[in-house]
Write a new protein. Structure first.
Length: 397
């Protein structure tokens, strides 16, 4: 009887332990549906904001529960945004509109629309000199990447089609100036320590440097082919730029605004996010989307920003369009455009992340509901058998 009882206990434990591990594996990764598409994500004050261009919404996700807690009805084609926390406002741009919409973060309602200027511009067409073309070609303008400078309370917005930045005074929500940049600007990043703006220009393959105190261009830095997204390491004072058409990441020294090096990777690079807790840049390759066409290598690479070396990486199901990391809470959010989902990762519990960095995860998997039921049933069986047979677990002395 004692032998059978011990075999039953061992069998129950062998079943329950794998079940707890399965439960633990899914705990660090969650998929959050936000609609028909998921393009841009940023984490602000405990919430992840995600644009859904196809449905015309900006979805708000609570970081603690990883559940959708609000939706901004922004309008079709909403692509990018910037949050002005001190004004409790969110500013959004659209792929086919030359306006910036302003939303109240408390009510999630629109409170204003800011015009960036003419909706179309005419440019001289040299082709008409030798072909039967019109002397002028019309282009539609629209808003693009944007960033808020809390020091001067100005919002800087890419004005696509005009190769310029529109400067918006957020105290009045009016355009108060323009800044010429490179050809086909895409995104802007602000380095708060020096109050300097950096703009990636797709066609001129460079980064425009702007002194935001004077709103004057102070330099142009040649980087890789089709520079795209950016992330800053404030500790080592470096800006990292992904290149949409070359297999590397450009590193800019923010102390003297010079290109420090190029980090070679496996394919053209796209999304990038910085984890300040361990000094690691998470970099992914070109994803599948209407903007980027088909994906390349579905993988995330991890770069040590202190040494600018690749220290690890791992394969993923699909490359995200954008990523954002909350270093304090060790949460990463990534958008998958094609299926309208946001991947929420607990980096502290993700074994792939720890293994790629050469670390051993100390996280103990939590018991899942099924595993708990198995253990409870085992305990009840043991107690029942023990009462009938007189078998004791407490040793006699």
């Amino acid at each position: 009887m004692k032998k059978n009882l011990m075999l039953s206990i061992v069998f129950a434990v062998l079943i329950a332990v794998p079940l707890t591990q399965v439960s633990g594996q899914v705990d660090y990764r969650k998929e959050i549906n936000v609609g028909s598409s998921a393009l841009w994500v940023e984490v602000v004050d405990g919430k992840a904001y995600v644009t859904n261009p196809l449905d015309g919404t900006i979805v708000v996700i609570d970081e603690n529960s990883d559940k959708v807690v609000g939706t901004i009805d922004a309008g079709k084609g909403v692509i990018l945004f910037a949050v002005a926390q001190d004004k409790n406002k969110l500013y959004a741009t659209y792929d086919s509109q030359n306006t910036v919409s302003v939303f109240n973060l408390n009510t999630l309602q629109k409170i204003n629309d800011i015009s960036l200027g003419p909706s179309q511009i005419n440019q001289y067409n040299n082709a008409h000199l030798w072909e039967t073309e019109q002397p002028y070609v019309s282009f539609q303008t629209s808003g693009g990447g944007l960033a808020y400078d809390s020091k001067n309370q100005m919002l800087y917005v890419i004005h696509a089609g005009t190769n310029s930045i529109s400067v918006i005074d957020t105290t009045k929500d009016l355009v108060v100036g323009t800044i010429p940049v490179g050809i086909t600007p895409v995104l802007i990043q602000i380095y708060n320590e020096t109050n300097t703006g950096y703009v990636t220009n797709w066609e001129s393959n460079d980064v425009t440097v702007i002194d935001l105190n004077s709103n004057k261009v102070i330099g142009d830095l040649r980087v890789g082919s089709v520079p795209d997204q950016m992330a800053i390491d404030p500790v080592n004072k470096r800006l990292y730029v992904t290149n949409h058409a070359s297999p590397n990441v450009s590193v800019i020294d923010l102390t003297n605004n010079s290109v420090l090096t190029q980090i070679k990777l496996k394919a053209p690079t796209h999304s990038i996010a910085y984890n300040s807790k361990n000094g690691i840049m998470a970099i992914t390759y070109t994803p599948a989307s209407p903007v980027t066409a088909s994906s390349f290598v579905d993988r995330v690479e991890l770069v040590d920003t202190k040494t600018n070396t690749l220290v690890g990486g791992y394969d993923i199901v699909a490359n995200p369009f954008s990523t954002a990391i909350d270093s304090d809470n060790q949460k990463l959010y990534a958008t998958i455009f094609t299926n309208g989902t946001v991947i929420a990762l607990n980096l502290a519990a993700d074994p792939r992340y720890a293994q790629a960095l050469g670390q051993t995860s100390q996280t103990v998997p939590e018991f899942g509901p099924l595993a708990a039921l198995v253990l409870v049933a085992s305990i009840i069986s043991v107690i029942t058998i023990s009462s009938k047979t007189g078998f004791k677990f407490v040793p006699k002395y």
